[in-house]
Design a binder for this molecule. Structure first.
Ligand code: HEM
Length: 358
């Protein structure tokens, strides 16, 4: 990293330490498929709606009960979160690796999130036995639901919690879009069809996963602090070359946002630099990475803001991890610092998984 980039990251790091301790984020779980008034099945909460609800309150919890109470306590959390899910709230939970002590019972790719090169993971913002997540139309509504859940879960201790929001949250041609802290539109790279969302994000049978996990989803949370002050001092032209799209989503070669850019016509990166974010993230436009991103911005003061990056996938190696490895060395790296998050698993709808694990 050049000295300029290094100093940016040092500042990000310095303001990260201590400033973030009590916050928290992310969850996933399986709200059972619910029947709507028209009799249609609603998607599970973590994938519901083309655009996620605009506010989130996410809480990572650790279990304080004895080992023989583990499944009972998971059942309690499942019941409480499930009861709050529906109507104007989408709520779900996701399991951390540490709450599944027997390796044979764990989803194949569930492990503690590693520190990738450049990460400075704050233990007070990382991992957790269980992630519960409440999304709503307002921050207050998300908090009310979260507080209600916590009051009835005395055996779970808060490890960290975090608020997020999606400014300019909307749906366009089936895709949920929002504005990230770098002022760029996010979401065009996601699939437009609900069937493709389910396909990318849902664990299937026959892939070596424990039977109880089929129908569930791997959730990755990355709490990424963004050096917005430095970013804002760069020219728009430079910012667009770092991302690889215009702020409104259009490609740098003029291709409309919802169509495929043809990177093969620009092998040397004259139009879209080879280290641009989207070019690293998805170099082969015909085979997009099999993941679904549903992130939120967080803001805890001018020196402490960024992205609660969140994605769902059926396969961690082909989904998040393949993209994360390709992003090493991207031009955007000097503006970002990942300080927390974790790997979690949203169990499948219903409570059969609890019986299977008991
Ligand atoms: C550091 C904070 C990040 C910012 C500010 C950011 C921003 C963006 C933007 C503006 C786009 C283009 C619009 C869109 O397709 O949504 C994009 C696309 C994408 N990003 Fe990120 N991103 C970040 C982190 C990540 C991470 C950690 C991953 C995964 C490891 C990731 C994976 C992707 C993928 C797969 C696409 C879609 C590429 C495509 O199909 O065109 N991003 N990101």
């Amino acid at each position: 990293m050049d000295s300029h980039g290094y100093s940016r990251r040092r500042i990000l790091y310095a303001s990260a330490v201590g400033a973030v301790g009590a916050g928290g984020l992310a969850t996933v779980s399986a709200a059972a498929l619910r029947s709507t008034s028209s009799g249609q099945k609603e998607a599970p909460a973590h994938l519901r709606g083309a655009a996620p609800l605009p506010f989130i309150h996410a809480i990572s919890l650790d279990l304080t009960a004895a080992e023989d109470r583990r499944i009972g306590q998971l059942r309690a959390a499942h019941r409480v979160v499930g009861a709050l899910d529906g109507g104007k709230i989408a709520a779900w939970m996701a399991l951390g690796e540490s709450v599944l002590p027997e390796p044979a019972s764990r989803p194949r790719h569930l492990r503690p999130m590693p520190a990738f090169p450049g990460d400075v993971l704050d233990p007070a913002l990382s991992h957790g036995d269980l992630l519960i997540q409440f999304t709503a139309a307002s921050s207050d509504a998300a908090h009310v639901a979260a507080d209600q859940a916590l009051r009835t879960l005395p055996r779970w201790r808060v490890r960290w919690r975090l608020d997020g929001r999606r400014p300019e949250n909307r749906t366009e041609d089936g895709r949920g879009l929002a504005r990230n802290p770098f002022h760029f539109t996010e979401g065009y790279g996601n699939p437009a069809s609900p069937a493709e969302v389910t396909e990318r994000a849902t664990v299937r049978a026959g892939r070596g996963e424990p039977a109880w996990a089929v129908g569930g989803s791997y959730q990755v949370v990355r709490i990424i602090r963004l050096a917005t002050g430095f970013w804002d001092r760069d020219t728009l032209h430079e910012q667009e070359r770092i991302i690889g799209r215009h702020t409104d989503g259009r490609w740098l070669d003029g291709t409309p946002a919802d169509e495929r850019a043809v990177f093969a016509a620009d092998p040397d990166g004259k139009i879209t630099p080879l280290d641009a974010h989207v070019r690293r993230a998805a170099p082969d436009r015909r085979h997009p990475p099999p993941l679904v991103r549903r992130g939120y911005n967080y803001h805890r003061g001018t020196d402490d803001q960024g992205l609660i990056f969140c994605c769902f996938q059926r396969d961690m190696e082909k989904g998040f991890e393949a993209v994360q490895h390709r992003l090493q060395g991207e031009a955007m790296a000097k503006y970002t610092l990942t300080v927390g998050g974790g790997y979690f698993f949203v169990p499948p709808p219903g409570d059969g998984w609890l019986d299977a694990l008991a």
